[in-house]
Ligand binder design. Sequence first.
Ligand code: SF4
Ligand code: SF4
Length: 456
Amino acid sequence: MIFIDQELCTGCRRCAEVCPVDAIVGEPGKPQSVDQEICVMCGQCVQVCSSYGSIWDDGLTPREQKLAERGLLPSVKEPLFAAWNEGRAKLVKEALADPDRYVMVQVAPAVRVAIAEEFGMPLGSLAPGKMAAALRRLGFDRVYSTDFTADLTIMEEGNELIERVTKGGTLPMFTSCCPAWVKYLEQTYPELLPHLSTCKSPQQMAGALFKTYGAKVDNVDPAKVYSVSVMPCTCKDFESGRPEMKASGYRDVDVVITTRELAHLIKDAGIDFNALPEEEYDRPLGLYTGAGTIFGATGGVMEAALRTAYEVIAKKPIPELDLKFVRGGEGVRYATVKIEDLELKVCVVSGLKNVAPVLEQVKAGKADFHFMEVMTCPVGCVSGGGQPKALLPSDRLCARMARTESTYRHDAQLPHRKSNENPDIKKIYKEFLGKPLGEKSHHLLHTSYTPRRRKA
Ligand code: SF4
Ligand code: SF4
């Protein structure tokens, strides 16, 4: 959850300017608070808040107490800002010290283009290999990547879209990987929930696989598996706590930490991040393609889905992999993609503030497209609420651009760039899941939604 510290807030309302759902309440110049019922936990207020407590301020609650209240490690040195999200790093540290736990970690695509900033590297430095090494030094038993299940999401969601288009399901279909967007739809437009893809997000798919397939591969008791996620996002903690997210028979994801908290853990353990070697992620749940990694940027889910949908429908390789017409910043973007006889119309929404007019069109039956991607944060998860903070607005813009460029650079460097070409995705369908949208996939990888409109 997201809070505003009443002792530190100056009432500047910078947070209110970026809040996509008007959840910040209070008079200018006075301490603000968060309306928890409508807050979608995107953490954009946490990113822009620049009021903090200094050690010279008299009369403030002691720093040690504030660190504990915020769930932060006692060793954290950074300033404590007025807007904050609940931390979970202490739980991860305890789990890593417990010999009875088999701790598996997944790291989201947008973390690898930002974590190095916490160690003094330039904005947007790409550090997947050093991060894998750091996670091993911290003591994780398995170091996996959410990019793998981003590839898996494409297999499931792409096939769901093809089925809805060809067999007559609810259209347009909406992406479901951003939990803040999903919560917004549940509370503001519950009548449109049938439009959401039933796919769980990549985070939750990975959690469900850790305690089933992953436990089987490693021959460990699933009850001993402790599943940790590192996310750029402050809403993923809420998503992991949804009561329906236990298809494996256990809670799919036990604990979520942000990019910033992973940096705290690395510093706390005295690991010299910059001196680490480049290491690979573990297999089978850590091998990913370029399509999986671009999930971190706006338009990425759409581009990844189109790369695969083209090949599934046309049964031949897509002629051009860089679908630049779905990439880009803030706002709403429409495109039409010709796949054999099908004219697939798509819409990409970047920033939750832009979605309401599009949803009104859908409600009125006037939306002229088949598939819509929505990301709550501006330019996607690369600017998520759990990412390293940049205090100046100009630095924030530079960080977004640099992290986005880095994301596409990583895509271009990888040996496979289409989810359907990931050898370990092929293997998991063959050995365990059967086929996309099959019975096992349906049980482990798909979900349902909860209307939560506020009572008048
Ligand atoms: S977390 Fe997001 S939705 Fe919640 S108050 Fe902050 S900016 Fe608004
Ligand atoms: S866009 Fe990404 S980081 Fe932002 S709320 Fe959605 S999933 Fe989280």
